[in-house]
Design a binder for this molecule. Sequence first.
Ligand SMILES: [Zn+2]
Length: 129
Amino acid sequence: MSRCMKILFKTRYAEIIVTAKTNRKTCQVCNGSGQYDTCEGKDDCDYCGGSGDFISMFEHDTYSNYQKYFSKDDIEKIDMIKKLHEFTFYRDVYAHSSLSDQQAKNIKYPEEENLIVRKIQWIDKNLQR
Ligand SMILES: [Zn+2]
């Protein structure tokens, strides 16, 4: 029996659901402590942003160390939604910078939102080999 988890990635205009082939609950780098040792003492873990959660790795880990948990297709999907998420923000910033001063006064400067990542379900699977 092996456990997988379904994970939702959600940005303003799109969402995807991917399956992580792991039952890991904690960040793979700090193992849930949220910190790691540096020569100057403890520091927040860069890979999970200090929360220690597995799920947080998708928001903070710019090196994409989590890729081994996913199929090729799912990695593509995650890359796409991350790109879409960034693009939406930069497009809004660009659109705002193209406004006249008069218009810009009335329209709020775009705020950078977080890409939402949530575990939505555990799945138990029998591995057939
Ligand atoms: Zn960590």
